[in-house]
Design a protein around this ligand. Sequence first.
Ligand SMILES: *[C@@H]1O[C@H](CO)[C@@H](O)[C@H](O)[C@H]1NC(C)=O
Ligand SMILES: *[C@@H]1O[C@H](CO)[C@@H](O)[C@H](O)[C@H]1NC(C)=O
Ligand SMILES: *[C@@H]1O[C@H](CO)[C@@H](O)[C@H](O)[C@H]1NC(C)=O
Ligand SMILES: *[C@@H]1O[C@H](CO)[C@@H](O)[C@H](O)[C@H]1NC(C)=O
Ligand SMILES: [Zn+2]
Length: 964
Amino acid sequence: MGKGFYISKPLGLVLFGLGVGSVLTIFALSVVYAQEKRKNEVDAIDGSRMVTTEAPHSTSAPSNEPWDKYRLPDTLLPEYYNLTLWPRLVPDEQGMYVFTGTSGVAFKCVKKTNLIIIHSHQLNFTLTSEMHHAKLTGLGGTSAPAVLKTWLRTQTQFMVIQLKENLQVGKSYWLYMEFRGELSDDLGGFYRSQYTENGVQKVVATTQMQPTSARNAFPCFDEPSMKAVFHLTLLHPPGTVALANGMDLGTENIIIDNQEVLRTRFEPTEKMSTYLLAFVVSEFTKIRSPHEANVLIRIWGRREAIESGQGNYALNVTLPILKYLENYYNTTYPLSKSDQIALPDFAAGAMENWGLVTYRELSLFYDPKVSSNEDKEWVVTVISHELAHMWFGNLVTMRWWNDLWLNEGFASYVSYLAADYAEPTWNIKDLMVLQQVQRAFAVDALVSSHPLSSNEDEVVTPDQIDQLFDTITYSKGAAVLRMLSEFLTESVFAKGLHNYLHQYAYSNTVYTDLWEKLQEVVDADSSIQLPASINDIMNRWILQMGFPVVTIDTQTGSISQQYFRIHPEAEVNKPSAYNYEWLVPITWMKSGSNMGQHWLLAKTNLYEPMKTDTDWILANLNVTGYYRVNYDSQNWERLLTQLTSDHKVIPVLNRGQIIDDAFNLARAEIINITLALRTTKYLSKEMEYIPWESAIRNLQYFFLMFERTEVFGPLQTYLQRKVQPLFEHFKAITSNWTQKPPRHMDQYNQINAISMACKTGVKECLELTRMWYRQWMTNPDSNPIPPNLKATVYCNAIAAGGVEEWDFGWQMFKNTTIATEADKLIYGLSCSKEPWLLNRYLEYTIDPNMIRKQDVTYAIVYIAGNVIGQPLVWDFVRGNWERITKDFDDGSFFFGRLIQGITKKFSTEFELQQLQRFKEEIAASSFSFGTQAIEQAIEQTKANSKWISENKAQVMNWLTKQSA
Ligand SMILES: *[C@@H]1O[C@H](CO)[C@@H](O)[C@H](O)[C@H]1NC(C)=O
Ligand SMILES: *[C@@H]1O[C@H](CO)[C@@H](O)[C@H](O)[C@H]1NC(C)=O
Ligand SMILES: *[C@@H]1O[C@H](CO)[C@@H](O)[C@H](O)[C@H]1NC(C)=O
Ligand SMILES: *[C@@H]1O[C@H](CO)[C@@H](O)[C@H](O)[C@H]1NC(C)=O
Ligand SMILES: [Zn+2]
């Protein structure tokens, strides 16, 4: 996944607020973008005589030289690599952790050239016996031209070798190098992760190559279409185990410089992309699948975690997931083994390295005693997502990063299907609407959104590539592919996929290759009638940003579409070849019985079945289409009446949709805000998770905007009345909070019941959470809080408590060895109402001994989510931001999250001025990556201010009437 990745879900918890630990977010943490490191600023190849650091054009002025372009020239193609790496797990005399390596690559010359341009970043070359630090020989009897000179191009991350004569087209050569790099703790390339076990500090050497960090581990042609076979050998200390993409072929003891060293060789990989390489040296242990399984499945991690059974759930679900995927793709798992490993420090949620998938601990480990069902769902969906890539992404790979959306959107979509197979009672596929579709809508309704697909030449620098790992790529990608699969039917979709995988195995594609394969299946199947080709339908969804709101007028029977923007006055400055019109598959239902399907192919058309005076019409059944729906006011009234009289006639996903669409239409000034509020009136009868969750997410904006105003009181009173029956319902079905609700969705909704009840001041809820936490404080070894409810209970108890509660929470955080538990405590600690405690907590975030780097963003953004913490964080970040961002290699992403988290409540003129001043300060500094985030924050602040001025009086008026 994008940078593999899943962002970890805690951030989702913050984004949707309320401590409702129920949101899985799948978008990328852009982490690995390595800034130039101090020590490598010179980038000299060991300072020796022959090597110039920079090319003849050493200024940053753009030149047309091939080494100044970010893309590799099309002159050479790699065939295979022989790579040996030796990470040192103890620091050298200078206190630095290093690795050394040797690498040879066989490549073929396919176009005349006298240049070898190969990626290399932050490596020092040590082949001093050679004049030029790289040795070139011809293969198959060819003789190699002599090297003229060699240099590094820092900007484009290339090593350039200029030859005295041209290479011969059609001949192959062998380029050999020796090098040394830092095994730093920046979570990218070949890096180190640390943890303590029985009081002893342990170091793990591990990798994160996607998207552009393989070049930090060894010189390579580091582009996804430069597929090759990798022969890997690792040298590692006695007592450690070495893992890689391929199965190990055995380990032997050798002596180097009087040191005992282990040498492990691995079977050659399949032909694959560099970004999918992985290798790990650790003292980890494993559990494995029973011997009869035809694929060896192993789960690796810290000894303590594995021995206490935290890997068992992952092991149990991996086999069914692989089975499901083999069947879905109709293609056997392409490798001989499947290793999955949990790392104490990991930037993303997980990474789909072929045969050796790496995970953040909370994405792989599950402990039924302490983890929630959300944690469990997270594990099963992340595993499904990563394993889905083993075929889609790894076996067949996009030609270039501009098609990342296909890779990630696809894995995100299919992860639900596979997880549903592994956990069939959960209805997990329904969650796609909340977790992917609604999530994508939120971002895609902004004019700052972007199309799913971009041109190859718009994405060239590592920074541009990093920025693609976002919500659009993951969630809109998933939503749009789900829509496609639904209107084609799953069997047609799967058949097309199979043909695609079969035709393009071990090679690279562009998205139209998939459309073609699907079209072939459609053309051969007379039961599928499409109004246009897949290409024509789908290109409108992927080549233009945004999505439509479809308006159905039951007075006239007309259906029309309009580009939906949450801020209607914002200027659209990206022209679209399709004029922001879509080909829209419309499924509909009439008064609960009659159903139908219709394609909207123009801006507007008349469709007789939509005309009615008595029935209600509901469109976009189960929200399988990527669009919102609006109706004439009579139809809205009929839908509201149906909700109040018998809401169950409307499918549960559509009950959530009605609420979510109404609130968003109101924010876009398409319908009246009071109409949106009226969709929540029936909630006192609603016990299902999806409608509640949709309502809570939308009301979250009301809380953000009104938390500091007089509207807050009436809002609380109204919602307390709505949530009280839900709270009672859960009290009843859990026997006075002593049992877990049996259904997965109910387990989620119980969290909503408690967090909303406590938030709106239901006394019994406040007492309940305080009591639980107190009990735990009295007996720290036995936590009485049900795992599902921990996040919200910690938050509410710490908010209601003082320093004693906070310090206890902190102690538990420092003491826990369970990632999910730590995660909940990081969140809970942010809920304090004491400014000095929050300030102290903020200070801890810049001390790596207090909080792991990987968790810092979350902690800061969580604190900013607290009405009292928010101004503190704003001051803190402005005062410390160079310091905060300097240590991170994920500058832009980290900063963007941070700014968004801190400023989301901004609505006043004063706050706007502060933002503008901050923008100027940043523009004047060297951290220019922050400007975009700040511009978005400025746009958001203006919109908030406008929204408040337009809606506050009406909302206040309506809420007051409800409690009259
Ligand atoms: C909608 O989803 C539900 C599951 O939530 C499923 O039972 C039902 O068949 C779906 N309806 C349609 C029309 O696809
Ligand atoms: C919204 O509805 C309320 C009450 O029905 C009305 O007072 C108000 O003027 C309406 N607002 C707009 C913008 O139409
Ligand atoms: C429910 O639990 C609370 C706290 O343990 C207790 O005070 C109360 O009496 C219980 N109520 C019922 C009906 O059992
Ligand atoms: C810390 O954790 C250990 C083992 O998990 C436990 O035995 C110990 O009591 C904990 N310490 C505190 C202060 O809770
Ligand atoms: Zn992925």
